[in-house]
Design a protein around this ligand. Structure first.
Ligand code: C5P
Length: 294
């Protein structure tokens, strides 16, 4: 039996910091959405737990994480084995298609997809809520990444409510090939004028896509954008390049960066922007995809 799960890119349509816990973790309010494609986790029966890296970013991941045991995918597998009191192994392959340390979920999405795949392979029958409790031990974004559909996320990532997007969206993701570490971006947040906890606020109800697009654009933000720019000024070029295209509904940085995104209601406009950026910025990582609507 071979089981494959997509580990899609996670995009924060907005990210507000509303407080901080005593252990230093930040309390967030963030609208998480997911692309249709991303990394791929494949598992099959095996005596031991093994991990093979494949795909365009396998070498980059191997360089920052040379010990397989330190890879969040194997950590997820070991944790699940322990929770299930199980002695079965699995051969796991991670096809790394998304750039690493880039603010679009990466490791968290891979860990979540691993939990989903091994839950099936080992026939554990764990519900998503139980997998979320296990996932939170691996990283704050792992529980949300198990759902792979739009969620309003709060706490450090342990509370979520499903959200339905008001229409289909195409998304263009751009990374200037710069890695940013999440703790260093939070560090820059505290060192900057952006260090201000926003008041907690529920997501309003939206009449239609126009209402939604306007609210997200005008009433929300990613408070980590300024701090990330202070560490990686290329983000300004990426945001500027994305904003210059016709039909763009929203341009923003995702998570702690450096990946930025542009949302389009019209897939043709998205395709046109993608082709133009491929021409003008051949060294950037670009990905044209669709958002899962929920
Ligand atoms: O949980 P995860 O490993 O994804 O987080 C990486 C780092 O990002 C944490 O060690 C912490 O420094 C920071 N972080 C935070 N508040 C969050 C999520 C992450 O301060 N809600």
């Amino acid at each position: 039996m071979v089981i494959s799960k997509t580990a899609p890119a996670k995009i924060n349509l907005f990210l507000h910091v509303v407080g901080r816990r005593e252990d230093g973790y930040h309390l967030l309010e963030s609208l998480f959405v997911f692309t249709e494609t991303g990394d791929v986790i494949t598992v099959s029966p095996h005596e031991n737990l093994t991990l093979t890296l494949a795909g365009p970013y396998a070498a980059a991941l191997g360089a920052v994480c040379p010990e397989a045991e330190q890879n969040i995918v194997l950590k997820a597998a070991v944790l699940l084995q322990r929770e299930a009191n199980l002695f079965q192994g699995a051969a796991i392959t991670l096809e790394k298609n998304l750039p690493i340390a880039s603010g679009i979920g990466g490791g968290s999405a891979d860990a979540a997809a691993t939990l989903l795949a091994l839950n099936e392979l080992w026939q554990l029958g764990f519900g998503i809520e139980k997998l979320a409790v296990i996932g939170l031990q691996l990283g704050a974004d792992v529980p949300a990444c198990l759902y792979q559909s739009p969620l309003m996320v709060s706490g450090i990532g342990e509370h979520f409510e499903p959200v339905k997007l008001p229409g289909p969206y195409s998304v263009l993701l751009v990374n200037p090939h710069k890695e940013l570490s999440t703790p260093s971006v939070f560090g820059a947040f505290h060192a900057s004028k952006d260090e201000c906890f926003l008041p907690s606020a529920p997501l309003p109800a939206f009449r239609d896509p126009l209402d939604f697009n306007t609210w997200v654009r005008e009433e929300s933000q990613n408070v980590l954008e300024g701090p990330a720019i202070s560490l990686c000024p290329e983000i300004i070029d990426v945001l500027g390049a994305l904003k210059s295209h016709e039909g763009v509904e929203l341009v923003r940085m995702s998570g702690s960066g450096a990946t930025c995104f542009a949302l389009f209601s019209d897939p043709h406009a998205a395709g046109k922007a993608h082709r133009a950026l491929q021409q003008s910025n051949p060294h950037w990582w670009l990905k044209l995809d669709k958002l899962v609507a929920g």
